[in-house]
Design a protein around this ligand. Structure first.
Ligand SMILES: O=C[C@H](O)[C@H](O)COP(=O)(O)O
Ligand SMILES: C=C(OP(=O)(O)O)C(=O)O
Length: 350
């Protein structure tokens, strides 16, 4: 008989189960407290019980554990300093959705050399998330692969469904079972309706195919996620200005959702130019000063040093602390803008 299966599969490597990884890298009390408190903070901001601005800030992607740790230790100090006005969490993105092809993030290819050592990627992603939470700094990430949450989602306080997967039933189902609030991005061309559909879909229970903690394929039945919200990331044109925010508010209002949204200062809102994020941030602060209530948070792409660098032919030649995906603001710029933003928020609520 002719072979009928795996005609285009060249390799299958069995991985350790989620439970086995968690036994190797268990959660301690401090980490559990950080994750839970981070999730509650986001929930309270989304429902208006907490009037601070949520700030999800950090590298476009994680590729170097040392640089990520250094960034996290600086950010955890700033989080404490500005905690009365801003709720700061670190963007810790291990999975990258690509427009066509490209490096798909640390979990997929941690050595940056097409060896796809996913076991290493999952281990070190989990280890870094433990370290960041141990600093008292909650983490935010995008979930892209529907299996990876089983390995790391217990360490995440805010999650995103990205612009490229917002219409995917698989991702909406996954979000319905995630334990943290989930931000849904508008589509890459700027449509809001698909993100609103995603939020409404994820609010409901679903049953679907997934894996359990032992790695066995299973029927997963979820309860629905009541903390879905819209993230404006721009599309064919930016959508952070007051007129675009009014359109978003109307979409949310019509759908009966909580009137809370986040603005991504990067991506199509910045034209992927790192310094443009400052313009978006200033505009958001101006809208807040003028009385806007619906914008409850922002996302900022920031690293130790500004800009980005090409994906390396030789990973040893990488510049330390510089993004290998989208452009990022430098740490100095980030610190300055967040201090200014905190001062604006403080004045508003005095
Ligand atoms: O955040 C990173 C990128 O915007 C996203 O992954 C798409 O990147 P690409 O268009 O370079 O593939
Ligand atoms: C890819 C990202 O965003 P978006 O889905 O908005 O393009 C990202 O935040 O890394």
């Amino acid at each position: 008989m002719e072979q009928l299966h795996d005609l285009r599969v060249s390799r299958i490597i069995r991985l350790a189960s989620p439970r086995a990884l968690k036994e190797m890298l268990p959660v301690g009390e401090k980490v559990a407290a950080t994750v839970t408190a981070g999730r509650r903070e986001v929930e309270n901001i989304l429902t208006g019980k907490d009037s601070r601005m949520l700030v999800i800030v950090g590298p476009c992607s994680i590729h170097d554990m040392d640089a990520a740790r250094e960034y996290a230790s600086k950010l955890s100090v700033l989080r404490t300093e500005l905690q009365h006005d801003l709720c700061i969490m670190m963007r810790v993105y291990f999975e990258k959705p690509r427009t066509t092809i490209g490096w798909k993030g640390f979990i997929n290819d941690p050595h940056l050399d097409d060896t796809y050592d996913i076991e290493h990627g999952l281990f070190h992603a989990r280890k870094l998330l433990l370290e960041i939470n141990e600093m008292g700094l909650p983490s935010a990430t995008e979930f892209l692969d529907p299996i990876s949450p089983q390995y790391v989602a217990d360490l995440v306080s805010w999650a995103a469904i990205g612009a490229r997967t917002i219409e995917s039933q698989t991702h909406r189902q996954m979000a319905s079972g995630l334990s943290m609030p989930v931000g849904f991005k508008n589509s890459t061309d700027g449509r809001l309706n698909v993100a609103v559909d995603a939020i409404r879909s994820a609010m409901h229970p679903h049953s679907f195919l997934g894996i359990d903690q032992e790695g066995h394929s299973s029927v997963i039945t979820t309860k629905g996620n009541p903390f879905g919200h819209l993230v404006l990331r721009g599309g064919e044109k930016p959508n952070y200005d007051a007129a675009s925010i009014a359109v978003a508010e109307s979409w949310i209002g019509k759908s009966g959702l909580e009137p809370s949204l986040l603005v991504d200062c990067s991506h199509a809102n910045s034209g992927k130019k790192h310094e443009q994020q400052l313009t978006v941030w200033d505009n958001i602060l101006k809208q807040k000063t003028e009385g806007n209530k619906s914008i409850v948070g922002v996302m900022i792409e920031s690293n130790l040093y500004c800009g980005n660098q090409p994906f390396p032919e030789d990973p040893d030649k990488l510049r330390y602390g510089v993004s290998i995906t989208d452009e990022c603001l430098s740490w100095e710029e980030t610190e300055r803008m967040l201090r200014e933003g905190a001062a604006v928020m403080r004045k508003l609520f005095q």
